[in-house]
Design a binder for this molecule. Structure first.
Ligand code: PGA
Length: 295
């Protein structure tokens, strides 16, 4: 096949894939199971804080290391800030104990949307709650890109989390290629519309969104305050279209991607940046504490 033909074929495939995505947005929600779509509980998680700082530990930390970390952050004054740590799930009960009285809360890094079943190695919303987690990260770029999670899978999880009284942090973000092709806004809008498909404004009072440009995660390359501001305000606008103005205004929008104590101040000043989802730097109690202090 000559190069021209190949290029045309790829372009057609990309167009088709996008058409499927757009079609999904318009379609009524597809029920994964009866449990996922059952009526909403009378639930409103108390996230009235002005700023939120979340630590995504990923596949790091053992019991001993986590205990040392907890001892170092426990006495912090976190005041008007929501601080949530997302350890590997098996450490959650120990962390809750170790942080008792500190106001710091614990979340899960992922979950399955079903409540139980033959899904080897997965963890259900019931288990997430049973472990004491109040939040769950969904649609993280590592889940999307390494584990091939699609917007539809993420949407089922978002609905399931809300229905079980767990606050989802829905992660969205473009790859470097997508940014260079000026596709950032389209990608973010699709991820939001598909990920939040079928949710109501009332449900969204228990929702957090994280903008994590894929090219900034774990690379040491942070979005500039201006780049982050533009996307955050676009996210706010899109949430206004999905829900309404007052609902969108109350949803916390976090920035994630190589956040460090050095770039915290310049980013947190921006209007629509309500906090951070911190990976690498959250493994150091000193750096994490400093980021919290600067917010
Ligand atoms: P990073 O990770 O801070 O190490 O870039 C952020 C994240 O993946 O949530």
């Amino acid at each position: 096949m000559n190069e021209d033909k190949l290029k045309k074929m790829i372009e057609r495939m990309v167009r088709d894939a996008m058409a499927v995505n757009e079609a999904n947005v318009k379609d009524p929600p597809i029920a994964g199971s009866a449990d996922v779509r059952k009526p909403l509980h009378n639930f409103k998680m108390n996230i009235n804080k002005e700023k939120m700082i979340a630590a995504n530990w990923k596949m790091n930390m053992t019991t001993g290391e986590a205990r040392v970390f907890a001892a170092k952050v426990k006495s912090m004054n976190i005041d008007r800030k929501e601080v949530v740590i997302f350890p590997p799930i098996y450490l959650a009960p120990m962390m809750i104990n170790a942080l008792a009285g500190s106001g710091i809360r614990i979340g899960a890094q992922n979950m399955h949307h079903e409540i139980r079943g033959a899904f080897t190695s997965e963890i259900s919303p019931l288990m997430v709650k049973d472990a004491g987690c109040e939040f769950v990260i969904l649609g993280h770029s590592e889940r999307r890109h390494i584990f091939n999670e699609k917007d539809h899978d993420i949407n089922l999880k978002v609905i399931s989390a809300i229905n079980h009284g767990i606050v989802p942090i829905l992660c969205v973000g473009e790859t470097l290629d997508q940014r260079e092709q000026n596709a950032t806004f389209r990608i973010i809008r699709n991820q939001l519309r598909l990920g939040l498909n079928g949710t109501t404004p009332r449900q969204s009072t228990s929702l957090v969104v994280a903008y994590e440009p894929v090219w900034a995660i774990g690379t040491g390359r942070t979005a500039t305050p201006e780049q982050a501001r533009n996307v955050h305000s676009f996210i706010r606008e899109t949430l206004t279209q999905i829900y309404d103005y007052s609902t969108a205004r109350d949803i916390l929008i976090l920035y994630g991607g190589s956040v460090t104590p050095e770039n915290t101040e310049s980013l947190i000043k921006e209007k629509d940046i309500d906090g951070f989802l911190v990976g690498g730097a959250s493994l150091s109690p000193d750096k994490f504490k400093r980021i919290i202090e600067l917010c």
